[in-house]
Write a protein that binds this ligand. Structure first.
Ligand code: G3P
Length: 478
């Protein structure tokens, strides 16, 4: 049974009593690459108990010491970048260089969070009573931030390391304990990342990582009475979690249909470069990918030509060779993407390239003259397929953007800053990028979605604040 990766609880690597494992299919070879433990509900209960116990003394550990351990973990994580990146390549077919970038970015994120935590958790508030009508100066209020308890972190497959540490680091610096449920594709990368935290020497039970089937432990984890906060990134599951979870703070980053509005005066070379990077990086499997281009008719032909030229230069193949376009994460994902393509074909979209698929590998495809009756106009493919809708006014573009259920990010390309600001103001999304593709980073920027794209805001400061409560002590003077 040595080939099944163990889960992490109580500072130890353990086999599940279930005797069962969950296979992780390599998206490129479509064969089982790794296996992880299928943890049981009983094991989840134990993890929750340890997390609760460990949190009590962690909360009393000096802030500077918590920061020191996080800095240590960050350095170890960066040292392990090659081996973790190799797992990312095998499990989620992330191009080799991007896989290394993800790990390095994660180390930096952990360090920045430790620094920020020392600053913002190191100060509280002092209020006096006589600023409110009718009060004498007879009460002093001291308030500071305290941890919530046990934070449950559920990251998605596309950044199993980075979107795990973006939850782990703020939870820990704030004095919480942390239970990680990694995505199945990405679980071994996540276990390896957790190993770096293990090497850093955090107290036993403070960090755990449980692997297993969503059907067995998914709801059990998210509805567990021992959980005091859930930070989730992923798809529709987040909506279901938000309906079932208890009265606890939720941080959710779900899907997106990020629009790219292109005006007549845009720098078309800059725009095309951003559309290709934004639309096709990691084969479009990013919530912040450009997912629909809304271009003014007068510049549409020119823009589409430029994008086509760049798409033709994208390399397509295995992640080990650092190709731009690599196999999408699962066969069902590839089938879903193909369904969107076939729907667009039936309804008369213009194919700028021939549609091509081999296994999970889908060649990049730009669909021009997409109309609102096509599914691809609204749905999130999470694949290398990008629709172009031609518009005749800014209002038409804004209308399409705001009619979406999603509201993660959007972007606008124009040389007119006044128009850009007007569009940013009118776009119902959490962030608008002016003259660049949507992106979450740098990781200390606030990151949030409106509507079905999420609850709350992420980014280092916001996540630390979200994972704390305010506690006050009032001194009543005689
Ligand atoms: O899809 C996850 C989302 O957080 C995107 O992050 O860094 O690719 O903009 P990023």
């Amino acid at each position: 049974d040595g080939d099944v990766y163990k889960y992490y609880a109580d500072g130890e690597w353990k086999k599940s009593a279930s005797g069962k494992s969950v296979p992780i299919i390599n998206p490129t070879t479509r064969k089982t690459q790794y296996k992880v433990q299928a943890c049981t509900q009983e094991e989840v209960n134990k993890v929750m108990e340890s997390a609760k116990a460990a949190q009590k003394s962690w909360a009393r550990t000096p802030l500077w010491k918590r920061a020191e351990l996080l800095h240590k973990a960050a350095a170890i994580l960066k040292d392990h970048r090659a081996s973790i990146a190799e797992c990312l390549v095998k499990e989620i077919a992330k191009p080799a260089k991007d896989a290394v970038t993800e790990v390095v970015r994660s180390g930096d994120l952990v360090s920045c969070t430790a620094e920020e935590g020392v600053r913002i958790l190191g100060e509280g508030k002092f209020l006096v009573s006589d600023s409110f009508p009718g009060n004498e100066r007879s009460k002093y209020c001291l308030s500071s931030k305290i941890p919530l308890g046990v934070v449950l972190a559920i990251p998605p497959f596309n950044y199993p390391v980075n979107l795990a540490v973006s939850k782990i680091a703020p939870a820990l610096i704030a004095g919480n304990s942390l239970v990680l449920k990694p995505p199945t594709q990405g679980a071994v990368s996540a276990l390896h990342m957790i190993y770096c935290f293990h090497l850093a020497g955090f107290p036993k039970g403070l960090i755990s990582c449980v692997t297993g089937k969503g059907s067995e432990i998914g709801d059990f984890l998210t509805m567990h009475p021992g959980v005091n906060c859930i930070s989730f990134t992923g798809g529709d599951t987040g909506i279901a979690i938000s309906k079932k979870a208890g009265m606890i703070p939720l941080q959710m980053e779900l899907g997106g249909k990020d629009a790219c509005i292109v005006l007549e005066d845009a720098d078309l070379d800059l725009t095309a470069a951003n559309i290709v990077k934004g639309g096709f990086s990691y084969s479009g499997q990013r919530c912040t990918a450009v997912k629909v281009v809304l271009v003014m008719e007068s510049v549409a032909d020119a823009l589409v030509d430029k994008v086509k030229t760049k798409v033709a230069k994208l390399t397509v193949g295995p992640p080990e060779e650092d190709c731009d376009i690599t196999p999408v994460v699962t066969e069902s994902s590839a089938n879903f993407i193909e369904g969107l393509v076939m729907d667009a074909k039936e309804k008369g979209a213009t194919f700028c390239q021939e549609y091509r698929r081999e296994g999970n590998l889908i060649w990049p495809l730009l669909l021009d003259h997409v109309r609102p009756d096509m599914r691809i106009a609204w749905e999130e493919p999470f694949g290398p397929i990008l629709p172009v809708i031609r518009i005749n006014s800014v209002e038409e573009g804004l209308h399409h953007c705001n009619a979406s259920n999603f509201g993660l990010q959007g972007c606008v390309f124009t040389r007119d800053i006044n128009k850009a600001l007007m569009i940013s103001d009118a776009m119902e999304t959490g962030t608008v990028q002016i003259n660049s593709a949507p992106a979450r980073g740098p990781d200390h920027f606030p990151f949030q979605g409106l509507k079905d794209s999420g609850i709350g805001s992420q980014g280092i400061t916001n996540s630390i604040n979200m994972m704390t409560k305010i506690k006050s002590t009032v001194i009543n003077l005689p």
